[in-house]
Each structure stands twice: as structure tokens, then as C-alpha cells.
Design a protein around this ligand. Sequence first.
Ligand SMILES: C[S@@+](CC[C@H](N)C(=O)[O-])C[C@H]1O[C@@H](n2cnc3c(N)ncnc32)[C@H](O)[C@@H]1O
Length: 246
Amino acid sequence: MQVRELPDAAPEPRAVEPDVQMEGAGSVPEELLDSYAANHRCHRPGISRAEMASAYTEMAEDYDETLRPGVYNGPVLCAEAAASRVEESRRACARVMDVAAGTGRVGHELHLRGFRNIDAVDPSDGMIQKLESRGLYTNKYVEFVGLGQSTVPKDTYDLVLVAGGMGEGHIPVEGLDDMISMAKPGGEVIIVMRKEYLDYVGEYKDKLEPYMDQLVAKGKWTKVERKVVPNYSYKKDGVIYTYKVT
Ligand SMILES: C[S@@+](CC[C@H](N)C(=O)[O-])C[C@H]1O[C@@H](n2cnc3c(N)ncnc32)[C@H](O)[C@@H]1O
């Protein structure tokens, strides 16, 4: 029998080529580029807040799979940081506001660690619908944080958390003022975000950390910690900020 030698199979074309317009894509492993591109639709340069909220609504059905644990670890990192600040015996009654709560992944991780009193704010109705279906949140506010129109109760929360809510067209630096207002005096604000956004998101570059420092100088909060962590999302570093509200 003659064995015919097959030519080497041509490599499959990449579904998504790293795009010069897709900031940060160059360092993303090839197998994660489809997910990165889907996520980038909510982060494209110049995206308006309304477009961003609609993009999340369009993505809501696939969000948990596209940004599955391992690809995006913000919810676990955020819940671990929250748990490290509240004794286990106090977690069930601690009041927590999950800012930019999305489909409720942070709530899921908080629940696993004993938190039971969790509220949410997010402007994307599609994401909030998915969050509702988890049945883990008490009060939900469908609105933007940081635009001077917050209806979230003031002086109320022991913890105000943000995972993944910072980015192009997402929470503006003034969102920090809203978060401080939501927290009780002595409460804490924990923000988990992709570190490289400090370098290329115009809203944050040379602005976010100086604004955080200004709030310290004004006596609005004190800095507890700034921690850089590996593998926040797409194998990239994250940064976790923890502040205590005065
Ligand atoms: C990457 S998702 C993160 C969702 C969730 N925290 C998680 O870790 O899975 C970003 C979320 O931020 C929300 N968001 C963006 N800008 C916001 C703003 N100004 N105020 C509140 N939420 C905002 C979006 O609607 C979206 O649901």
C-alpha cells in the first residue's frame, strides 16, 4: 500500500489579529485574543458612557464565559481583599456596596466568604438583569457612578467595592467622591483594576492616583494599601487600592 505524504496543514488563520487600535493586545496570549476583542468592545478609545453601557448589555449573556475565572480574576481578588478587611464573624452583617457590579460575580465571591448584605449599582440594564438572577443582592441601583447624580444612600456602607469598573468610558475620577459618600465614616473603599489603564486611559493617566492623593490631603480618606497583583486579567497585572473613609 502506498502511503501518501500529506502536506503540512496550513495554520488556522487567527480569528482576531492583534490590532494596533486594541491597546494592550500585544501581550495577550493568542488563545485569549477572542475574549480580549469581545471585552475591548466595551473599552474602545473614545467610547461614550451610553455606548459603553449598551455594549455591556449586548455582552451580558456571554460575559461570565468570556471573562471566566482565569481569564479575568477581578471578582476573586476583590472579594479576597474585602474578606481580609472584615473579620469572619462580622461579614454577614457588614453592609457592602458593589459598584459596577455587572452580572454579580463579586457578589458570588463575597457570598462564598460569608457576606450576606450586598447592594449593587451599575448602569447596564442587561448586566443588572443577569445579576438579579443570582438572587444574592438586596438593593440594586441602575445608574452611573461619578456623574453627580447618584441616588445610592450616603454614609451607609462598611465596604464600597469596585472590580473591573475602571476603564475607558467607565467610572470617571469623580466617581471616587461618590464612593466616599456611600461609605460610613470608618468604612473602606477597595478598587481593583487593570494596572496598565493608569498608562493609557486618558481619564486616569496622571489623574487617578493624583486625585486619590488629593482626597487624602483634603482629609476625605486615608490610604491603607496600594498593592500590585499578577494575573488580574489576560495575564496582566492588577492594582488593588484600599482606602479608609474619615
Ligand atoms: C468589566 S465589568 C465588571 C463587572 C463586575 N464588577 C465583575 O467584576 O465581573 C464593568 C462594569 O462596570 C460598569 N460601569 C461602567 N461605568 C460605570 C459607572 N460610571 N458607574 C457604575 N458602573 C459602571 C459596566 O456597566 C459594567 O457592568
